[in-house]
Design a protein around this ligand. Structure first.
Ligand code: PHE
Length: 454
């Protein structure tokens, strides 16, 4: 095997990691959750979860990956973890592959909407049908008609194959260096447009008006789950990416930068969405997930001048966010297959990606309802989502904290945090305290509350 691949620059490595973190979680989960759960009050809890818990767990994943210099399982092995701990890495890979199967499908929808915005056919709706039902019908057609969503999903799989075959520097890093600046530029433009709309202030108020009475332990645990999902923790992604970090990368600083940017994008998405929605009086329309972005926002764009432009920019944003996330998820398995079986990257790519043509087809078709593709009473798509994000992600995160906090060789965390003493060890004690006691306890509560309340 050749020399271990590395990111070529600090910016590139941050762009790639932010590319993974910024995804649909920021666009459609965060704004709706914050709005429904107390606005700025929720935001405060969320920020605490990101910085007090998310950052230390992120640093831990970084430490394992950079010290182990391998994939999610190989890194545990290389730092001398006994076999039972490799299972944590193995579960992470398993979870990430499950997520990959349905995330590819969602990324496909974003491409369909982008394409239909560019051609204008998204807005080609009969005048006599109310806009909402017209867009609901469009969404049904674009998401569960048999062939178009499949083609779009395959396009995403093919893009992934192309980028991943290019390798770490020439594939992942180069793509992130191009797409992340575009993402931020579009975000800024759309934020300015939205904030200059008539009822922008009312929209911001609707989004962020603090309502502390909405806070409850369940809401706080929700915020924690959302923070972990949004930062791409617990899936081996950060272990894999950090194995490509140079020795000089400052892990704590990188974790803080990535978390800040991820948070910024989530807040900016809220500032784009809600002013537009209040200006056009759509507060009572569906504000969650798919309905928000595929029905309510198209209604908004339809009422704005330059419909096609705003719609194209928004769905470009969504596509970039989704595709860069799929690449990071896929890289977990590609790295594992290539390290574990000592085979060339392109072969590992094909072994990882080709089965996705089948799995993502099953996920996509399971949403149609006519094919009986259900597991445990829900479509395969939803089943994978809930098992991976609600169950496996917290289990892996707990495993990681417990291993690194209690069982790993004592030198790993301080050595990695301090780059063997060229930067301060200062955050070490705090991080160790969090990953020993606080993080595992709170994440276990998230898991328990999922089993208790669903
Ligand atoms: N962090 C991404 C988001 O916010 C989602 C994601 C989950 C990406 C898991 C990679 C792995 O949408």
């Amino acid at each position: 095997m050749g020399k271990k691949a590395q990111f070529g620059s600090k910016i590139g490595l941050i762009a790639a990691t932010v590319g993974s973190a910024v995804g649909l979680g920021n666009v459609w989960r965060f704004p709706a959750e914050a709005q429904a759960n107390g606005g700025a009050a929720f935001l405060i809890i969320y920020v605490l979860c990101v910085f007090i818990l998310g950052v230390p767990v992120m640093v831990s994943e970084f430490a394992i990956g950079r010290a182990g210099r391998s994939d999610a399982v190989g890194s545990f092995k290389n730092i001398g973890a006994p076999k039972q701990w490799w299972i944590v890495g193995g579960l992470a890979i398993f979870a990430s592959y499950m997520i990959l199967c349905f995330y590819m499908v969602v990324a496909g929808w974003t491409i369909e909407y982008l394409w239909n915005s560019i051609t204008g056919s998204l807005y080609d709706i009969p005048a006599e049908v109310p806009a909402e039902s017209a867009f609901v019908a469009k969404m049904k057609e674009l998401i569960s008609s048999s062939i178009n969503p499949l083609i779009a999903t395959y396009v995403v799989v093919i893009i992934n194959i192309g980028v991943l075959m290019g390798g770490v520097q020439k594939g992942i890093e180069r793509l992130s260096n191009i797409l992340m600046p575009i993402l931020f530029l579009v975000l800024i433009v759309m934020c300015c447009v939205s904030l200059s709309l008539d009822k922008a202030a009312a929209g911001v108020e609707y989004f962020l008006n603090p309502d502390f009475s909405k806070l409850s332990p369940a809401v706080a645990l929700n915020a924690l789950g959302q923070a972990f999902f949004s930062l791409s923790l617990g899936m081996g992604i950060l272990i894999t990416y950090s194995s490509y970090f140079p020795k000089s990368t400052k892990l704590t600083k990188t974790a803080i930068t990535v978390s800040l940017l991820d948070l910024l994008v989530a807040i900016m998405m809220g500032l784009i969405i809600f002013p537009a929605i209040t200006t056009f009086g759509l507060q009572d329309a569906g504000l969650e997930g798919t309905t928000l972005v595929f029905v309510t926002l198209p209604e908004v764009f339809r009422m704005m001048p330059l419909t096609g432009l705003w719609s194209t920019l928004f769905f470009l944003l969504l596509t970039v966010a989704a595709v860069t996330s799929t690449i990071s998820i896929a890289e977990v398995t590609v790295a594992f297959v290539s390290d574990r079986f000592k085979i060339k990257r392109y072969k590992a790519c094909l072994i990882t990606m080709l089965p996705l043509f089948v799995f993502s087809t099953v996920c996509s078709m399971s949403l149609n309802g006519n094919y009986g593709l259900d597991i445990a009473g829900m479509p395969v798509f939803d089943f994978l989502d809930s098992v991976a994000t609600n169950i496996l992600l917290p289990i892996v995160s707990i495993g990681l904290c417990v291993y690194l906090g209690w069982f790993a060789p004592k030198s790993i965390l301080p050595d990695e945090i301090s780059n063997r003493d060229t930067v301060s060890r200062h955050p070490y004690t705090l991080i160790r305290f969090v990953i020993r006691y606080i993080a595992p306890t709170l994440i276990a509560l998230v898991l328990a509350s999922y089993f208790l309340h669903g």
